[in-house]
Design a protein around this ligand. Structure first.
Ligand SMILES: [Zn+2]
Ligand SMILES: [Zn+2]
Ligand SMILES: [Zn+2]
Ligand SMILES: [Zn+2]
Ligand SMILES: [Zn+2]
Length: 341
């Protein structure tokens, strides 16, 4: 008999034994006196039957089958296999629903999506960044997911009426003046315009042209320089073929730039400018019942847009608009060139 056969026999003897009347033991599970053949487990516990033995086996937390032989324990849960542990414990891809060890999380107004690496590499919706195999191509090249491909603004007349609506809302809610004309354009952006944005997508742009005329002498101690503008031309460009909600958000953002330009002309800090514009866009979302989209601003990793927005929210929480405006007054004064002071 070779060694392997001997070993096998030994194991067999260990697991199923027979007892003489004198050494009778009780079953670990049912406590009955064991007669004849019985089972011993690795901890040397005796069982009268397979049925009693199985009662000591853990149930797989995923497939509910008994865990026999080698099994995994994670915290207090047992799993019959690595696959079952993965199925239960790993997050699932929102698109292909496979459990994924490596994944990316995308917060959108439609919910938070978790993507496996393969699905993450698929084309993304321009507006919500959801990944999809099928996107809806608009005539200007915008690719939208099926949820964003609703209520799409396709012409300037539609955009203009939305613009008027947003401007009215901001006038009513935040006293944004609607006293000067703003030219509205709907078009795609040039590469040069896009490069003004540090990565990310460009949905709107605000342009200001005007001649600054200093009006009167300032008394010392006065908070803001008295500046007037002449030959002013303000324009807002919005990317076409956006869903109405996104176009409205972009308009609110650009109108905030317009407001800031007229009240705090000299502020240079991009983080303050974009942070305030994002903040007003989020306020508009909230007023118009789309506040769930503000998660995109909250989670924006951008150092200018995201950080600016979060800082604006913090300041607003501390002292509402008066606190924000005092800060803007201060920065504007600091940034005012000496000839206008
Ligand atoms: Zn038993
Ligand atoms: Zn299992
Ligand atoms: Zn996937
Ligand atoms: Zn989308
Ligand atoms: Zn901006």
């Amino acid at each position: 008999m070779n060694l392997a056969k001997k070993l096998l026999l030994l194991i067999f003897l260990c697991s199923i034994g027979g007892l003489s009347a004198a050494e009778r033991v009780n079953c670990t599970v049912c406590s009955k006196k064991i007669r004849g053949r019985y089972i011993i487990d690795s901890r040397k516990r005796a069982f009268c039957s397979e049925k009693c033995f199985e009662q000591t086996l853990p149930t797989c937390a995923n497939c509910r089958k008994l865990c026999r032989g080698n099994f995994l324990k994670v915290k207090s849960e047992s799993f019959c296999s690595r696959q079952c542990a993965d199925n239960k414990l790993l997050p699932r891809c929102s698109r292909c629903s496979k459990p994924c060890r490596k994944f990316m999380v995308l917060p959108t107004g439609y919910g938070t999506f978790t993507y496996c690496i393969d699905c993450y590499k698929l084309d993304k919706c321009l507006v919500c960044c959801q990944r999809a195999k099928k996107l809806y191509l608009q005539s200007n090249g915008n690719k939208l997911c099926r949820y964003c491909n609703r209520d799409v603004i396709t012409n300037l007349a539609q955009l203009q009426s939305l613009f008027n609506e947003v401007r009215n809302t901001l006038h009513k809610n935040f006293n944004f003046p609607a006293d000067h004309p703003i030219t509205l354009e709907m078009r795609s952006f040039t590469e040069q315009e896009k490069s003004s944005l540090h990565g990310g997508n460009l949905f709107g742009l605000y342009n200001y042209q005007g001649k600054i005329v200093r009006k009167g002498k300032l008394f010392s101690g006065k908070k803001t320089p008295e500046i007037k503008f002449r030959n002013e031309h303000c324009s807002i460009i919005i990317l076409g073929y956006l869903p109405r909600r996104k176009a409205a958000e972009a308009i609110a953002h650009e109108l905030a730039h317009d407001y800031m330009k007229h009240r705090w002309f000299f502020i240079k800090d991009e983080k303050i400018k974009e942070g305030f514009a994002e903040f007003i866009a989020a306020q508009y979302n909230t007023i118009s019942g789309s506040q769930q989209w503000n998660i995109c601003m909250e989670k924006n990793p951008d150092k200018v847009y995201g950080d600016g927005y979060r800082e604006m929210c913090k300041l607003y929480k501390q002292g509402s608009f008066p606190a924000l405006f005092r800060l803007f007054d201060r920065i504007n004064l600091q940034d005012t060139p000496s000839e206008y002071r």
